[in-house]
Design a protein around this ligand. Structure first.
Ligand code: ADP
Ligand code: MG
Length: 227
């Protein structure tokens, strides 16, 4: 990211959510983002995840200038490279656990066979220890279990980058620790992680720690240099 800014304009007010953000995230990095409520953390993740566009600056992914992509190309890049995990899980209550996890494959422009879909769904649910709840509906699960299903859903497309917004915000500490152990494990296996968290215990696990204040990076600490 080079000089990224984001201004939200409503009828009355202009909010400068991000101001002049310069940021390099290397493949395999583990970045934590913390800062007070309203400082721009979720806005930054949305732009990183191609869910929203900046109002200024340049954002390149593997050398591709994302502002030059069409809407379809943007969606394709997002679907193939990026996984999302949110504080509120965002599972669909009407669908079973396995159908929730399969959803990103059904939306993908790449066509997957039924067999491939089943294989991936089973593998991802195994990874988060939720295969025994495949046919359950999300509201029949605990918060920690729902978040693990949401992680399986994020992983089913094999994303290179995982964007995580306060994953433990709605969880008790032991469920939160379990979710964090899965995220740590994914990074050890090469997934690039960018995670918003309020919890200093979890932020400390990152290799690069960012502090945001009023839309600006005020502190960047590289604990172990990613190569
Ligand atoms: P954080 O995640 O750090 O709590 P956000 O990135 O959600 O903060 O928000 C940063 C600022 O941008 C806040 O002042 C918020 O009110 C504003 N904001 C976020 N999204 C919108 C939007 N869609 N429209 C207008 N203002 C927004
Ligand atoms: Mg937020």
């Amino acid at each position: 990211m080079k000089a990224i800014s984001k201004v939200f304009e409503t009828e009355e007010v202009e909010t400068h959510a991000l101001k002049n953000i310069d940021l390099i995230i290397r493949s395999g990095d583990y970045v934590s983002i913390s800062g007070p409520s309203g400082c721009g953390k979720s806005t930054l993740l949305s732009i990183l995840g191609l869910l929203d566009l900046p109002t200024g600056g340049e954002y390149l992914i593997e050398g591709v200038n994302t502002s030059e992509l069409s809407l379809d190309e943007t969606a394709e890049l997002r679907n193939s490279k990026i996984g999302f995990i949110f504080q509120s899980f965002n599972l669909i209550d009407e669908l079973s656990v396995s159908d929730n996890v399969a959803l990103p494959l059904q939306y993908s422009t790449q066509k997957f066979s039924m067999e491939e879909i089943n294989k991936r769904v089973t593998r991802c649910l195994d990874m988060v220890e939720m295969s025994h709840r495949m046919s359950h509906k999300p509201n029949q699960l605990s918060g920690g279990q729902q978040q693990r299903v949401a992680i399986a859903r994020a992983l089913v497309t094999d994303p290179a980058i995982l964007l995580v917004d306060e994953p433990t915000g709605n969880l008790d500490s032991s469920s939160g620790d379990k979710v964090m152990a899965i995220i740590d494990h994914l990074n050890q296996n090469g997934t690039t992680i960018c995670m918003v968290t309020h919890d200093p215990r979890y932020a400390d696990k990152a290799k690069t720690k960012l502090k945001l204040l009023d839309g600006t990076i005020t502190q960047e600490e590289a604990l172990r240099k990613a190569i």
